[in-house]
Ligand binder design. Structure first.
Ligand code: PXP
Length: 251
């Protein structure tokens, strides 16, 4: 069971995939996602998240190796639950692996992992990661059946998909926020660490940070986009400030 208290500081993990997207657009070595990761860590991030996709469209194998060497703090490797990715994780030993669904034609991770339907193959891959002493987080929709199935896998953490919340406004956003808050409470009661991710921006992070059970954010696209205007250090500080201010409102 987690020992974190409601009101504790929330970990900010920066997803640096889109630094690699810009690099790859030119086929040159810059901007470097590993340098970006180091700067984020020096300016208030608690960890770095990188998604090694099957098609290597942004982060590449060499980035993963160098991130493991140079990230001082938590290195969270996001990946699909495939044999290839499990072998890479076991060889690289990130601090945690987040398992996500992956479809080649999608622009970004759409929807959560189907843990209920994942069956023996998913359980086997989670088991291999845990046997290698790599904590596992599952990226799921905030639904009771997926959450109960997640807890049954022995995973360490759950990351709830906030994409739905991010796209809604008004009453509908409020309702989705309530669904996320209930799922967070239930996850902590099941002994899982609780993270949130996807579509989080400076404008919508506050109400999420005010959910007492949230322990971690994984934020990529909007933060890297904000860095164009604020600098990367400025963007990390802006998210840190917004998260801490919303969390302080709980006290
Ligand atoms: N968390 C998970 C599991 C993801 O797949 C992604 C997208 O790669 C993110 C967080 C970050 O989402 P965004 O780029 O929208 O901030």
């Amino acid at each position: 069971m987690s020992t974190s208290r409601a009101g504790d500081r929330i970990r900010l993990h920066v997803n640096i995939d889109h630094v690699a997207t810009v690099r790859n657009a030119r086929g040159v070595p810059y901007p470097c996602p590993v340098e970006a990761a180091e700067l984020c860590m020096a300016t208030g991030a608690d960890g770095i998240t990188a998604h090694l996709r099957e098609d290597r469209r942004h982060i590449r194998d060499e980035d993963v190796r160098r991130l493991r060497e140079r990230v001082k703090g938590t290195f969270n490797l996001e990946m699909a639950a495939t044999d290839e990715m499990v072998a890479i994780a076991v060889a690289t030993k990130p601090d945690i692996v987040t398992l996500v669904p992956e479809r080649r034609e999608e622009r970004t991770t759409e929807g959560g992992l189907d843990v209920v339907g994942g069956g023996a193959a998913l359980r086997d891959r989670i088991g291999r990661l845990l046997a290698a002493r790599i904590p596992v987080s599952l990226f799921i929709a905030p639904s009771e059946d997926q959450l109960v199935a997640t807890a049954a896998t022995g995973s360490t953490q759950v990351e709830f998909h906030t994409g739905e919340y991010a796209h809604l406004t008004g009453e509908a956003a409020h309702a989705e926020l309530g669904r996320l808050a209930s799922a967070c409470t239930r996850a902590r009661a099941l002994g899982l660490e609780v993270a949130l991710g996807h579509g989080i921006t400076l404008a919508n992070v506050g109400p999420l940070a005010a959910i007492a059970e949230v322990q971690e954010f994984n934020i990529g696209h909007a933060l890297i986009g904000d860095a164009i205007f604020l600098s990367l250090a400025g963007a990390v500080r802006a998210y840190r400030t917004a998260i801490d201010a919303a969390r302080a409102g709980l006290a």
